[in-house]
Design a protein around this ligand. Sequence first.
Ligand SMILES: *Cc1c(COP(=O)(O)O)cnc(C)c1O
Length: 396
Amino acid sequence: MTDRTKDWKPATALVHGGTLRSGFGETSEAIFLTQGFVYESGEAAEARFKGDEPGFIYSRYANPTVDMFEKRMCLLEGAEDARATASGMAAVSAALLCGIRAGDHVVAARALFGSCRWVVEKLMPQYGVETTLVDGTRMEEWEQAVRPNTKLFFLESPTNPTLEVVDVAAVSRLANSVGARVVVDNVFATPLFQKPLELGAHIVVYSATKHIDGQGRCLGGVILSDKAWIDENLHDYYRHTGPALSPFNAWTLLKGLETLPLRVRQQTQSAAAIADHLADHPKIGRVIYPGRKDHPQADIVARQMSGGSTLICMELKGGKEAAFAFQNALEIVRISNNLGDAKSLITHPATTTHKNLAEEARIELGINPGTLRLSVGLEDVGDLIDDLDRALDRSA
Ligand SMILES: *Cc1c(COP(=O)(O)O)cnc(C)c1O
């Protein structure tokens, strides 16, 4: 039979992709909550360890439920291979560290998720890796940062929390011309709206905690790339450092993938309507939303993304006082630093997710006292707009 799974559209792949049925023929994916696997004989164990026979050995290496999640993600991303991890940060740190050596140089866009920035700025230099942070939206800064020992570029697009957009194709062209690899943290774009591998990047990472679970239940992550890179760099690192995803969480994420397109499309449609509504409000100075004509990199958004975002960045004219009064007056939208959830969530980056940055660095990133990040959920969009309007009325 011809393998047609690679031709499946996302909605089909996300329901059926990677399914591994046991002898019972269950419809829903089974949770193989097991640490190890038994062998028929000593010879069978030997053959499996040698790699002469396929099969599972130990769940730190691979597990059938985790394998289904990895295969389904590969189909969605158009990647040859993947490794699932216990959190998004396990994915980011493994992707960044597994192929890098003391003496290598890494260039990263400075607008990074807080923990990602810590890995680049603080951890890597401890192991003799040189790092340079650049304004990812300025190609000349990437070019000027390149050194003879530059091995890796790292970026996130759209960025957290100001939703800046980096030209992934241009950065990838530069990386290829100097023999460096590009790692893209694609969480904010989601695997539906941006395909970094097609744009020329080499490695894609996700926090599956966000839209992939999408219902606020468990942590998870995944690294996707070509098979040769994974075999050479990640395979041994993953086995021996132990960031493996739990089978139960893999199952939860498999269920999340089934509804990913429905959820992300609905949340994006609501977010676009809310962004337009908020942009006209007298108490709001600025709304940044990928897909609006006034987005600072609107031309790149149009080129590299097939949809907008479930997130909105907004600036209250009244600063921190107004931002807090607004958050506190919300009744449906909840105050939380998570995102991509079915529940709408709002956070004040300057005092939460980005509180560890020096004030200068925050201002450089456009994170002001009045900046708020809104993750739009699955509630009725009219109810959300009423909630936001009421709370704005009550803010300073
Ligand atoms: C949340 C997030 C991470 C980290 O993921 P965890 O699952 O929380 O470890 C990394 N990058 C981005 C862009 C994120 O939003």
